[in-house]
Design a protein around this ligand. Structure first.
Ligand code: NAP
Length: 387
């Protein structure tokens, strides 16, 4: 029986993971669940999955849950420290890292330092501190298994291959809901339009990142650290059908792709059972029904954040962390209807321009860059909400 901890259990990845776990009751046991502040959702998950320990980041929510569960033997922890405690629980065999944003960095690192294998969907920590996460995983002898569909595809394609055989990684991108919008139309797009991803049902932050194509930018950086491949060996191609989840070109010019219907339960099932595969009852991909698969070059003038992410990765140091924090602040402001869609890009560019890049030797350097960029991003947001 594999004992599983899910960080971000109430989110899109968290609930898809629990869907898979529920299908294999003799293989997996839910040991720990965490969430931000969703007490009711967490409470309903506790009833079904009976974890030993749970944590809510929000202290008030944790206190309310503690009260409700006072007669049960579920341990309720609170705050960032509570989430870290669940992440490094001594009995955990596999930790699913599915918190959204930078908030997942410390719990994910804590799990690695406690020698837990981690299956990672939470890409932002890899963007901020990919080198540190890789180093800590090697030092502690643990595996980092990708959940993101593109990275899962590459991971599956590379199974049994040697790193020096890779010519390039080709990440596919659906292009998001605004692929065919003009720049003028994109500028004032509504929140509902920006959230309406054509192929994937995901949490709000990643949905907006998909609309700006920043998600692909973050994924380039994620791929760099997960597969130890330099930026010049990572390409992006727009593939609106989301059937080819990504490809690898090898030195002999063979290109190997992984395909499937867009459903996160497939890559989640893969990491839960890795290195084996397990049968799940989901619809099969019927290529005759899909008919046509198309591929096109990304338009980096229409979607400038893709290029910005490449630059941040190439220049390195504090830049990826600043990019990520400025993006999180701008996306939050857009989700709260404080700024227009078009302002997301401008806030990120202004924050990056104001930054003096530095090297990141330690986690503190990364966290300091994150802190600085949030303040700077907020300053630009305030300016543009009054302008
Ligand atoms: N969704 C997908 O299909 C998908 C695909 C590939 C990669 N990813 C990546 O996976 C991660 C999660 O995405 P998602 O779409 O599942 O997000 P989501 O639906 O918004 O869920 C986020 C989860 O994180 C928790 N959370 C939020 N803020 C927190 C904080 N400050 N401290 C602790 N927990 C916090 C939330 O709890 P509450 O419910 O209490 O707010 C929730 O459980 C992201 O990094 C995303 O890029 C997602």
């Amino acid at each position: 029986m594999k004992k599983i901890v899910i960080l971000g259990a109430t989110g899109s990845i968290g609930t898809n993971t629990l869907d898979i776990i529920q299908r294999f009751p003799d293989k997996f046991q839910v040991l720990g669940l965490t969430a931000g502040s969703s007490v009711e959702k967490l409470e309903s998950l506790i009833k079904v999955f009976k974890p030993k320990v749970v944590a809510l980041q929000n202290e008030k929510s944790a206190a309310a849950l503690s009260k409700t569960l006072s007669a049960s033997n579920v341990e309720v922890l609170s705050g960032n420290q509570g989430i870290v405690e669940v992440a490094r629980h001594p009995e955990a065999d596999l930790v699913i890292s599915a918190i959204v944003g930078a908030a997942g960095l410390l719990p994910t690192l804590s799990a690695i330092r406690a020698k837990k294998n981690v299956a990672i969907a939470n890409k932002e920590p890899l963007v901020m501190a990919g080198e540190i996460i890789r180093r800590e995983a090697t030092l502690n002898g643990v595996s980092i298994l990708p959940i993101d569909s593109e990275h899962s595809a590459i991971f599956q394609v590379l199974n049994g291959e040697q790193r020096h055989s890779i010519k390039r990684i080709i990440l596919t991108a659906s292009g998001g809901p605004l692929l065919r919008f003009s720049n003028k139309e994109k500028e004032q797009v509504s929140l509902e339009e920006a959230l309406a991803h054509p192929n994937w049902k995901m949490g709000p932050k990643i949905s907006i990142d998909s609309a700006t194509l920043m998600n692909k930018g973050l994924e380039i950086i994620e791929a760099r650290w997960l597969f130890d491949v330099p930026p010049e060996q990572i390409d992006v191609v727009i593939h609106p059908q989301s059937i080819v989840h990504s490809m690898v070109e090898f030195v002999d010019r063979s290109v190997v792709a992984q395909m499937g219907l867009p459903d996160m339960r497939t890559p989640i099932c893969y990491v839960l059972h890795y290195p084996r595969r397990a049968p799940i009852s989901l619809p099969s991909l019927d290529l005759t029904e899909v008919g046509t698969l198309t591929f096109e070059k990304p338009d980096t003038t229409a979607f400038p954040l893709l290029k910005t992410a490449y630059t941040a990765l190439e220049e390195g140091g504090t830049l990826p962390s600043v990019l990520n924090a400025a993006n999180e602040e701008a996306v939050t402001a857009f989700l709260e209807k404080q700024i227009s869609f078009g302002m997301i890009n401008r806030i990120i560019q202004q924050t990056l321009e104001a930054h003096t890049p530095q090297s990141t030797e330690t986690l503190d350097d990364v966290l300091e860059a994150d802190r600085w960029a949030r303040l700077e991003g907020k300053r630009w947001i305030k300016q543009c909400t009054v302008c």
